[in-house]
Design a binder for this molecule. Structure first.
Ligand SMILES: Cc1cc2nc3c(=O)[nH]c(=O)nc-3n(C[C@H](O)[C@H](O)[C@H](O)COP(=O)(O)OP(=O)(O)OC[C@H]3O[C@@H](n4cnc5c(N)ncnc54)[C@H](O)[C@@H]3O)c2cc1C
Ligand SMILES: NC(=O)c1ccc[n+]([C@@H]2O[C@H](COP(=O)([O-])OP(=O)(O)OC[C@H]3O[C@@H](n4cnc5c(N)ncnc54)[C@H](O)[C@@H]3O)[C@@H](O)[C@H]2O)c1
Ligand code: SF4
Ligand code: FES
Length: 806
């Protein structure tokens, strides 16, 4: 008997998911044809945000390779839109004169981004963020232009803005309401989110309505209804989506906002079904992958004539995919007259939790800063659970929550969903771990797909592994991921290869290690340059063009394209002569503002690129490295010489530390401080390395961070003399240099590897400490002061400061 014919219109995630299910349930049931308007095989649209942010490459987001279609005997027509459905004859007609008969037709045409119909919206440089092409346009634009405006402060807008920031653009987000992500967050969570994103460099214009897009052929700016305007070289519209219903409409299929379907995903025309973003079920159109998977599972069973419960709608949950920001929202989140809520907020740790109840039932919630409870919370909302003392204790009772751990997994029932993107439950993950002997997150991902899309569930998968495998679970090994999408090698593989193969150059390393992208990317090239210099000091060739832009120019680029200049003032101490030179230079070069920094330095803001070598020459002081992944400042209190509480000479100690370790390249910036008594006026407790004078010696704290992820330093040891402070500092810095990933702050590194390892390597194992010190001395021996070197070298001046080379 000839096979029945299944035709899918829309080669996206929702539609292909149905086909995958059908193939699994009954391989031989259908002869399958797929039409897709885009020229690509099915790819993970969710991960476009990660591609834009530079965390993954376009080649890594393909979900079904061309080979997959061939192997499954699927007739695939890409780059062909279906233009008409003959519902009488049961034939679809596509561009290029292609047609295909069907017995069952699945419409999965997704959405179109909504483009505000503003005057000027058709100008070059005005785009949406929906597909590979948009992503490529943004990446290309960032190479030539500087200023981006994103209209819409929802999930998509913020993810686009983060990606554009990573591409080096200056980004302003224009939002119509006074709080961000108002469809997912209450005011408090939105406020915390805004503060967090601002600290990452994102700028916001709230309560702004765009009136017109300015420019001749290409966009040059935006004008708002209040009369104000901004400059922009790129405008990304992220103001929502509209279901793609044109084909269904012209073919006589019932539509409302989306294509109207019943609980079995059937349209009003027999044999025609719809799933995904184009479908409207019980009045709701879902713009997230998890509900589409639930719809697809029901439809596939129907197509294979298997028993299934109907699809009755989904409780949706969202997580923002912006690194360094944990935000989760599910169900209802705004207080109403008939709701009560449980809340906790920790302004120190930057966390906020709100769970909404109607009568006793859990109906929604918002988590900010710590989302380890997200899966349990979503499970309780989906099950319509009533609040109990146990749930209350699990949510609010403190316990072992921070950072996940086994407790996060223990709170989940077997049928609680862990991966929303791919609809994978805890039970399925446990089953795979037990049946297939899996031991790491990557293994679970390959077997179950949990973690394969946005990746937001990976910490939870790790905690399930930890719960199941106990001490045998190696979280560090499990967390190791490739340096970036240009290679499959991890940081350790690369460092090992540099050691073994005697590599000394960035390009050579990429070549020898078979980089998939031979040019590398902004993530891997600075990392490789650092690893080479760390492993082979004196031998590795420093590739300046592989360094981040600020390090190439030895100054910090500002939002208007000018630079900031911060001369080094050891221990925060200066002199009248230095101040006079700084003042004269500030006048000569029309510095816009002179500001004292948090690290006790003087910052000259608004210096033109071409003036940098001149101002450095005139000031005649060494670089303060305020732009570098290296030692920034050693902040000191006035100490025993002046303060009546001081027990030690903090200024002298700080100056020695700064003179010794200035110019040392490190995986991320390093800030230090010395206070002369436990009153700690130099804030030693929130520095990468902080020293506190006490009676009879010094206490040393490490891994502190006063920035985005506030963290108090851990006590490392107490020593008696200044020499010992320098020794411990040198050994600690070298251990961090050798062990951490590039871009990893001491605070995150320490949390990852644990204080005990640091104590052992730096304090307890004296032989190891001696070796670390020998190696740090070798690295320091190669340091050349960059400002005066650049100022006196005509070729460098021309290349990096006068011609627009980088
Ligand atoms: C940048 C970005 C990040 C996102 N992040 C997340 C996230 O973290 N979590 C989450 O759950 N969701 C996220 N989403 C939303 C998610 O990607 C979508 O909900 C999902 O991809 C929709 O799948 P779909 O198959 O219904 O539609 P689509 O992915 O739009 O696929 C439909 C396909 O059909 C094609 N098509 C349309 N009309 C025709 C026609 N007439 N003939 C042939 N082909 C046609 C389209 O070109 C398209 O390729 C994100 C979306 C974007 C853009
Ligand atoms: N992490 C995730 O889950 C994720 C990420 C990206 C996209 N998505 C999905 O993709 C789809 C599209 O995302 P989206 O953010 O565009 O849609 P959205 O509808 O969720 O948000 C659009 C935002 O734009 C704002 N807006 C509307 N008109 C505006 C105007 N004229 N000026 C300024 N702001 C305006 C709205 O207030 C809203 O906050 C959604 O379905 C979303 O769920 C999800
Ligand atoms: S830390 Fe102690 S010694 Fe230093 S300034 Fe403060 S009170 Fe004085
Ligand atoms: S929740 Fe997105 S991959 Fe699991």
């Amino acid at each position: 008997m000839p096979k029945r014919k299944l035709v899918l219109v829309g080669n996206g995630m929702a539609g292909v998911n149905v086909v995958e299910h059908v193939l699994k349930l009954d391989r031989d049931a259908y002869d399958i044809t797929i039409f897709g308007k885009e020229p690509h095989p099915n790819y993970n649209r969710i991960l476009l945000s990660s591609v834009l942010a530079g965390d993954t490459g376009l080649e890594d987001i393909i979900l079904n390779s061309w080979e997959w279609y061939r192997q499954n005997g699927i007739h695939l027509h890409t780059g062909r839109a279906v233009t008409h459905i003959d519902t009488e004859k049961k034939i679809v007609h596509a561009e290029g004169g292609i047609s295909a008969p069907y017995d069952e037709l699945v419409l999965a045409t997704g959405s179109e981004p909504f483009m505000l119909p503003l005057p000027g919206a058709d100008k070059e440089g005005v785009i949406a963020f929906r597909d590979i092409k948009d992503c490529e346009t943004m990446m290309e634009t960032a190479k030539k232009y500087k200023k981006a405006a994103v209209i819409g402060g929802g999930l998509l807008g913020l993810e686009a803005a983060r990606g554009l920031l990573n591409l080096g653009m200056d980004v302003q987000v224009i939002h119509i309401f006074d709080t961000l992500m108002e469809r997912q967050l209450d005011r408090e969570a939105a406020r915390m989110l805004k503060t967090e994103l601002e600290s990452q460099g994102m700028k916001f214009l709230l309560e702004k309505q765009t009136e017109r897009i300015l420019g001749r052929k290409r966009v040059t700016g935006l004008r708002f209804k209040d009369g104000s305007s901004i400059d922009a070289d790129l405008v990304v519209m992220a103001v929502g989506i509209r279901p793609n219903v044109a084909l269904a409409k012209e073919s006589g299929i019932e539509i409302n906002r989306g294509i109207v379907v019943d609980d079995w995903m059937r349209t009003n025309i027999p044999g025609i079904h719809a799933v995904g973003e184009c479908a409207e079920h019980r009045g709701t159109v879902y713009g997230l992958v998890a509900p589409h998977k639930e719809q697809g599972a029901v439809l596939a069973k129907r197509l294979c004539h298997l028993a299934t419960d109907p699809y009755e709608g989904s409780v949706t949950a969202t997580k923002l995919k912006v690194s360094g920001v944990d935000v989760f929202s599910a169900g209802e989140f705004n207080d109403g007259e008939d709701t009560r809520s449980l809340r906790s907020q920790d302004e120190w740790k930057g966390t906020y939790k709100k769970v909404l109840l109607r009568d006793k039932q859990i109906i929604g919630g918002v988590l900010f800063g710590d989302t380890t409870d997200s899966a349990s919370l979503l499970g309780w909302i989906r099950d319509g659970r009533e609040m109990t003392d146990e749930i209350h204790a699990a949510l609010m009772g403190g316990g072992d929550k921070a950072g996940g751990g086994v407790s996060a997994a223990r709170n989940l029932a077997d049928d609680d969903q862990v991966c929303d993107c791919n609809g994978v439950s805890k039970g399925e993950i446990l089953g795979a771990i037990r049946d297939k002997g899996l031991t790491d997150v990557e293994g679970v991902k390959s077997c179950t797909k949990a973690g394969a899309s946005c990746g937001g569930c990976k910490p939870l998968v790790a905690s399930i592994l930890e719960e199941e495998l106990g001490e045998t679970f190696d979280s560090a090994a499990s967390a190791k991921s490739p340096v970036c999408s240009c290679t499959d090698l991890t940081r350790d593989d690369v460092v090992e290869a540099i050691r073994e193969k005697g590599l000394t150059m960035v390009r050579e390393t990429m070549n020898v290690l078979g980089w998939k992208n031979p040019e590398g990317c902004p993530t891997c090239r600075p990392a490789l340059n650092y690893y080479l210099g760390m492993v082979r000091p004196g031998e590795a060739v420093d590739d300046r063009t592989s360094r981040i832009v600020n390090e190439q120019r030895h100054a910090n680029i500002q939002n208007d394209g000018t630079y900031s200049v911060v001369p080094r003032m050891y221990g925060g101490v200066t002199s009248p002569d230095e101040l006079r030179r700084i003042a004269s230079a500030a006048e000569k070069y029309n510095v816009r503002m002179i500001k004292v920094t948090g690290g006790q330095r003087i910052d000259l803001l608004g210096v033109k690129k071409e003036d940098l070598p001149g101002i450095w020459e005139d000031i005649g002081m060494p670089s303060g490295h305020a732009y570098a992944k290296g030692l920034r400042t050693v902040k000191t209190c006035v100490g025993a010489d002046f303060c009546r509480f001081g027990t030690q000479n903090s200024i002298g100690m700080g100056i020695q530390m700064e003179k010794k370790f200035e110019g040392l390249d490190t995986p991320h910036k390093v800030k230090m401080a010395v206070s002369a008594c436990p009153r700690n006026c130099a804030e030693s407790g929130i520095k990468d390395l902080g020293v506190v004078g006490v009676d009879g010696g010094w206490e040393i704290y490490v891994g502190g961070n006063g920035g985005v992820n506030l963290r108090g330093g851990d006590f490392l040891c107490k020593v008696k003399t200044e020499e010992e402070v320098l020794e411990i500092t040198g050994a600690f810095l070298q251990f961090y240099r050798e062990d951490a990933e590039y871009w990893e702050r001491t605070s995150t590194w320490l949390e990852r590897i644990g204080l005990d390892r640091v104590k052992k390597a730096v304090v307890e194992d004296k032989d190891n400490r001696r070796k670390l010190l020998e190696r740090v001395e070798k690295a320091l021996a190669n340091y050349r002061e960059p400002w005066q070197t650049d100022a006196s070298d005509r070729k460098t001046r021309r290349m990096f400061y006068e011609e627009a080379q980088v």
